[in-house]
Design a protein around this ligand. Structure first.
Ligand code: ZN
Length: 246
């Protein structure tokens, strides 16, 4: 099932959750009658209290930045204010000269999770979406801490919707810039699988419905320039597309 958050009719309000089915958008609770689905109405499909992002979860990506793969999951937070939806611009800040894309598979929490075991994680998740963990690489290198380099406004495109089930078989995580493939990895290459990651994080902080756990990026990260369009595509979910502006 696909769950999208759509602009309310008339464009006002915080957005409403809809089930997408056969070209229709069907309100999840209450709401009005079904309407024709218009991709221009898509908002970020989450309103998280926090975005937990995992670093160095693909060996090839850890190596390309000169890092050893970690022995336990290494994670950091992106603020809710960094979230943008499909089609919204990624804004290059004046204080960085090297802003990178990071295509990632993200899990969306469906109910409160605290000290959950890996075996019970899946039942606590609402589903999965595409996420671009946009990073000011020059700032990340110079500061070591990730808050400024990964926390800027518009540095967390999410969407286009939540897919409640992933297909069996290989899940490809791909990033394209102006149509050129920059990153392509398989979710099966993750050092720590999603169940381990969510369980590990839930031993540290309570995960609330709508929170996002992003699972790390495969090799091939690289710069974004104003005027480009960046796409994150994940098998069984769809394409998250954002323009880049100065
Ligand atoms: Zn990342």
């Amino acid at each position: 099932m696909r769950i999208a958050r759509l602009r309310a009719v008339g464009g006002e309000g915080a957005g409403e959750f809809h089930r997408l089915e056969g070209g229709l958008a069907i309100p999840m609770r209450g709401g009005g009658p079904p309407r024709a689905f218009d991709p221009a109405d898509l908002l970020a499909p989450v309103t998280p209290t926090k975005i937990v992002a995992v670093a160095r979860n693909y060996r090839d990506h850890a190596r390309e930045l000169g890092n050893e793969p970690p022995a336990t999951p290494l994670f950091f937070l992106k603020p809710p204010s960094s979230v943008v939806g499909p089609g919204e611009p990624i804004r290059l800040p004046p204080w960085s000269a090297e802003v990178h894309h990071e295509a990632e598979l993200a899990a969306v929490v469906g109910r409160r999770l605290r000290n959950v075991s890996p075996e019970r994680v899946r039942e606590g998740l609402l589903g999965f979406t595409c996420l671009n963990d946009v990073t000011a690489r020059d700032v990340q290198r110079s500061e070591k801490h990730f808050t400024r380099s990964k926390g800027a406004d518009s540095f967390c495109p999410v969407g286009p919707w939540i897919e409640t089930e992933l297909p069996a078989g290989e899940i490809a995580v791909e990033c394209r810039v102006d149509g050129e493939v920059r990153q392509r990895g398989a979710a099966s290459e993750m050092i720590f699988p999603i169940e381990r990651l969510v369980a590990f994080v839930s031993e540290v902080m309570t995960l609330e419905p709508g929170d996002v756990i992003s699972t790390g990026t495969p090799a091939g990260v690289g710069p974004l320039r104003a005027g480009q369009t960046v796409e994150v595509e994940i098998t069984g979910i769809g394409v998250l597309r954002n323009p880049v502006v100065a």
